[in-house]
Design a protein around this ligand. Structure first.
Ligand SMILES: Nc1ncnc2c1ncn2[C@@H]1O[C@H](COP(=O)(O)OP(=O)(O)OP(=O)(O)O)[C@@H](O)[C@H]1O
Length: 664
């Protein structure tokens, strides 16, 4: 390990963009590489029903193309949708475009992301997450509100984008047959396999946008780094020492824990810097941060200081953060990989693909020249895979299959996927949904009425089922709390050096029934003190995550009210709650063996109770877990004590088939 940052060859002196008057915005638009191509683009797009557009990062695709189409009258017969894989991109790009057009956000230009719709009847350009457009397609498979759908950042190949590809192709054909207004589809990215996309979209023409506005200097490590976190810290401080204030830094890391650890190290080191050094402002950026906190990274850096943003790949595509001059790319990302054999959805740190590395590089050089510090060698870069494996080929598909069925897709195995997931993973997903009573297999697979209701909730099917079953047990109040708390990063805050204090402080919330009930106790106590900050601090509760959970709870509650579900409380009886959870999560259960170890009930896999669980010291005979995580061994996380009788009641055929009833 060298810890030595990549060698710097040249230095640029950048100018900061300050004026944001209408004239300055107009000038910026005119200077973008895409500007000179706008006439040709409009012409080509008008002629065809589908087009693939490829152009360098920062050339102006996301912000300009929807505006060009709007200005040329293409929004007369319907809206222009532009999808983004991430909510933060949808929101910030919409803000920027509204500003460029001189209109109020939410009027002609708006955005729509999960739990936040900023559009109005007059909206013509709508930025939205791919997941939101997919939800809209469930209600209106022809997407009749839209004249143009732009699928941006297509290289990311999120599950939602991949499903949208097929759904939109289908809508296009149906609209053509029905003589409705044609639906135009545009697929965009800076880094994609254009031939693959063009072939899939019936040999759609590929339109190239030449050039980039500002140069980016690329620096590689001279030797491989064995500790990329350390190398990143060293690089931050080298830049801090050499570069003038205002040249901000964006560092790509793999996850929340790593970000929090580096945040602390950078702050600690910065404390000892000479007093005439510019102030360092360190900002985290990861998916579990509440949306308001995420948007903080876009606030201007105060004069005389430097901002360092520590981000996951959430900041990798589409966004422009003013002031970012330097990007530090560790080359690593945490990504999901699903093993149908073991039923595990594992999160693993791995190398990025080349296309991801280019996207990261492209977060600099947006307002001025920039530098990208790759903390790996050029040879290592050459060995990276070209493109990221589509998410649909590496994740549990039960949510997607539920959505496809809700869309009325008759045979999922024959769905027009751009790259098919394995038949095994589709069949597994259908089987799981069947066990949850969400689908029935007659001559074809179809949703039951329960399954249709489950598709309304933007949750994993197992959790949607738990919400719907709460009616039977009169416990929706409690279930909403538990599901919301399970949907965010842990609200338990356990600093390494205060582990014992944290456990002692939390003792009053623990329950012999398990973690779900402990979460409920924490929520009740938090509400009783009205979310008091000092209380959170003293009890080692992460206030940010708690607030995030409250927000989700509020949204889910509204969905339940709209679905006519009675919001009732079961009072102090926790067995109703645990029975209800069992009705959706009976597949995630384990039993204690004679030797004191646990094995899962489905695949007889050895598992252990995670040390963070309040049941860590206990050995209940049967437990239900929310998830399995693999570190040094396979751990069950968020566990609750269950009675095998409840499991049998929840899924008699499943348990009879497996054990001939012997577990009863
Ligand atoms: N929020 C913003 N603040 C300042 N400038 C911005 C903002 N958003 C965009 N820009 C300017 O517009 C340019 C074009 O951005 P745009 O997102 O349209 O490019 P793109 O081609 O879609 O890039 P990418 O492939 O990285 O998404 C940026 O390089 C930047 O100069």
């Amino acid at each position: 390990m060298s810890g030595e940052p990549p060698k710097k060859k040249r230095r640029y002196s950048g100018s900061n963009m300050t004026g944001e008057s209408a004239e300055s915005l107009r000038q910026q638009r005119c200077h973008l590489p895409i500007y000179s191509a706008r006439g040709r683009l409009n012409l080509e797009i008008r002629k065809t029903s589908s087009a693939i557009i490829i152009g360098e990062t920062g050339s102006g695709k996301t912000t300009q193309i929807p505006q060009y189409l709007y200005e040329s009258g293409m929004a007369r017969e319907g809206m222009i949708a532009c999808t983004q894989p991430r909510r933060v991109a949808a929101i910030t790009v919409a803000q920027r475009v509204a500003m460029e057009m001189g209109v109020e956000l939410g009027k002609q230009v708006g955005y729509c992301v999960r739990f936040d719709d900023m559009t109005s009847p007059g909206t013509k350009i709508k930025y939205m997450t791919d997941g939101m457009l997919l939800r809209e397609a469930i209600l209106d498979p022809l997407l009749s509100k839209y004249a143009v759908v732009i699928l941006d950042e297509a290289h990311e190949r999120t599950i939602h984008t991949d499903v949208l590809f097929g759904v939109i192709k289908d809508a296009q054909q149906k609209r053509k047959k029905g003589k409705a207004c044609p639906l135009k589809v545009i697929v965009m990215s800076a880094t994609m396999d254009v031939d693959h996309f063009s072939t899939y979209f019936n040999n759609a023409p590929v339109l190239y946008i030449e050039g980039r506005e500002h140069p980016i200097e690329l620096l590689y490590s001279s030797m491989p780094q064995s500790d990329y976190l350390f190398a990143a810290i060293v690089t931050v401080f080298q830049i801090h020492q050499d570069e003038p204030p205002g040249h901000d830094i964006l560092v790509f890391l793999t996850g929340q824990e790593e970000i929090e650890a580096m945040l602390k190290s950078v702050k600690d080191i910065a404390k000892d810097l000479p007093s005439d050094c510019p102030q360092l402002l360190v900002c985290p950026m990861y998916a579990a941060l509440p949306p308001g906190q995420q948007l903080k990274i876009f606030q201007p850096t105060p004069a005389g200081s430097r901002k360092v943003i520590l981000a996951t790949n959430i900041a990798e595509t589409s966004i422009t953060i003013q002031g970012i001059k330097h990007v530090i790319d560790t080359g690593k990302v945490k990504a999901k990989s699903y093993q149908p054999g073991s039923g595990l959805d594992l999160l693993k740190v791995q190398w990025v693909s080349k296309s991801q590395a280019w996207q990261r590089t492209g977060r600099s050089g947006r307002e001025d020249s920039g530098t990208c510090w790759r903390l790996y060698t050029e040879n290592q870069f050459q060995e990276l895979r070209e493109n990221t494996i589509p998410e649909i080929q590496r994740c549990n598909l039960s949510s997607v299959v539920l959505q496809l069925l809700a869309l009325g897709i008759p045979n999922i195995l024959r769905f027009d996927f751009m790259d098919k997931p394995s038949a095994e993973s589709i069949i597994n997903a259908v089987d799981q949904l069947n066990l949850l009573a969400a689908v029935e297999k007659k001559d074809k697979v179809q949703l039951t009425s329960l399954g249709k209701k489950m598709a309304i909730f933007p949750l994993e099917p197992r959790l949607s089922k738990v919400i719907l079953m709460a009616k039977e047990y009169n416990c929706l109040e409690e279930i909403l709390t538990i599901v919301s708390l399970l949907s965010v990063e842990s609200v338990l805050f356990t600093p390494h050096n205060k582990r014992e204090d944290a456990h002692a402080a939390r003792k009053k919330f623990t329950s012999s029934d398990g973690d779900h009930i402990m979460l409920l106790n924490i929520y009740r106590a938090y509400k009783a003190v009205k979310g008091n900050k000092q209380w959170c601090f003293e009890n080692f509760i992460n206030m940010r995550h708690m607030r995030n959970a409250l927000d989700i709870r509020h949204q889910l509650r509204e969905m339940c009210v709209r679905a006519g579900l009675p919001i009732q409380s079961c009072g102090p009886d926790t067995s109703a709650i645990r029975k209800c959870i069992s009705s959706g999560q009976f597949m995630n259960t384990a039993e204690l063996q004679r030797e004191g170890e646990y094995v899962t009930l489905d695949r007889r896999q050895s598992v252990s109770i995670h040390p963070s669980s309040c049941l860590f010291q206990c050995k209940p005979a049967y437990v239900l877990y929310n998830e399995l995580v693999y570190t040094t061994k396979c751990y069950m996380r968020n566990i609750c004590v269950v009675d095998p009788e409840w499991l049998y009641e929840a899924a008699p055929t499943y348990f009879k088939r497996r054990y001939g009833g012997k577990n009863r």
